[in-house]
Design a protein around this ligand. Sequence first.
Ligand SMILES: Cc1cc2nc3c(=O)[nH]c(=O)nc-3n(C[C@H](O)[C@H](O)[C@H](O)COP(=O)(O)OP(=O)(O)OC[C@H]3O[C@@H](n4cnc5c(N)ncnc54)[C@H](O)[C@@H]3O)c2cc1C
Length: 493
Amino acid sequence: MQSASPEAVAAPQIAGVVERCHEVLAPECVITDPQQRRTYECDGLASYKVVPALVVLPETTAQVRAVVTACADAGVPFVARGSGTGLSGGALPHAEGVLIVTSKMRSILDIDLANERAVVQPGVINLDVSKAVASDGYYFAPDPSSQQVCSVGGNVAENSGGAHCLKYGFTSNHILAVDVVTPDGELVELHAGTPGYDLLGAFVGSEGTLGVVTSITVRLLRKPETVQTLLAGFPSTDEAGGAVSAIISAGVTPAAIEMMDALSIEAAEQAVQCGYPHGAGAVLVIELDGPATEVEHTFAEVERHCGDHGAFEIRVAADDHERAMIWKGRKSAFAAVGRISPAYIVQDGVIPRTSLPEVLSRIARLSADSGVRVANVFHAGDGNLHPLVLFDDSEDGAEQRAEQVSGAILDLCIEQGGSITGEHGVGADKVRYMGRMFTDEDLDTMQRVRCAFDPRGLCNPGKLFPTPRLCGEVPGPRRGVHPLTEAGLADQF
Ligand SMILES: Cc1cc2nc3c(=O)[nH]c(=O)nc-3n(C[C@H](O)[C@H](O)[C@H](O)COP(=O)(O)OP(=O)(O)OC[C@H]3O[C@@H](n4cnc5c(N)ncnc54)[C@H](O)[C@@H]3O)c2cc1C
């Protein structure tokens, strides 16, 4: 856990930035009051807390440029923040820096149905894009479970996924262009499908380290003709995992296949009374969409695979209300775990789908050996695990034990050829695991990309890469060669 007192920082550099912000922003959009700044001390990962030196709430691209230029001129670091729902500490502020919050940039600037696209400001809430075009039969496909509150800017930075990314892909598959204020205050447009290097591809998923997005052109999809949703109860995750493998190997690509184990079902039942099959050791929520005739055919196949793999109850949603009830349990799962445990870590890792049975049984063993309970909720179709590691924060050492189990699960993901994150990002939290997954050469190469955008390392410093790895001069009052470079402990790019 990190912390910084709100009174701590009043560096002369910040005073200069405050003055320049007052020239372009309304007074209430420049927040210097310590108590108000404290409101922004963390994102969805509340175990990390840092009070920013200054918070600004720009409303336009020109205002973002002015703030970033002021930071660049003063050598002050800055961090962009959307809705603050990130689960890896990506929007964790810098104690000597400026937090640029996009919650006043919530306009949908253009809807162009003929070309199936919309242009939105970065603070627009994910679900509001779909709501704006729903009556015309369109929607925005990326659907993180936080979609009622998270911003499209945050989705771009995290390359967020959701239950339906098995069929529709991640945010990167749905972004056509972005306007970015670069770390030196320039405004650039990055487009998909243009000749030359795919800079848009490099930007999406860069976790706020390459610049601040101020406008996003998103792809809109036509709503499918038919949607069919099924809930299947299995004796255990082994049978449910077998059904997932059988469905995918049969060449069926459902829009979503989500799995919950017994502990997460128990939590969801307590929180939202979703009425999942009684006594299930695991449930699968499977959704198929597309042309009616195709869905009808593949749905029968999916039902058969579930039956063949021991499903003891299969329920098919008869209408939108029943579909919403089936999804309610799954979508509430993270928060629901608060009903059965005072505290928990939401982990995010990826494994090859075929390793599901082995990895789940090893997680069960880790849990039994350590006495730390683990609830499993995941995007089973693409092997994206979300183990929820439960602990009682009033008990001495419990958090450390939970952290150990959580880290061991990530080691397991790496060992199986998977990844330390599927969709929640590296942020501040998983920086320590990057060296386990990548070689020094890999990290150097990534660092060079970052340096090309942000040679002075002012944009969201301390995220994504393990320290000490420097990119030009680090922010703050120090000038000259960094002591770590001088001591031969870090490379300067
Ligand atoms: C209950 C719950 C469920 C969730 N479910 C999912 C899920 O299913 N799938 C999933 O992928 N994630 C999920 N998340 C994680 C999170 O909601 C997503 O990562 C989301 O995209 C973050 O959006 P945000 O607006 O809250 O971003 P923030 O948390 O504010 O910021 C996230 C990152 O984006 C950067 N950023 C924000 N705005 C900009 C900008 N304009 N320009 C440049 N960088 C920017 C920040 O610096 C930070 O690094 C969940 C979170 C919660 C709390």
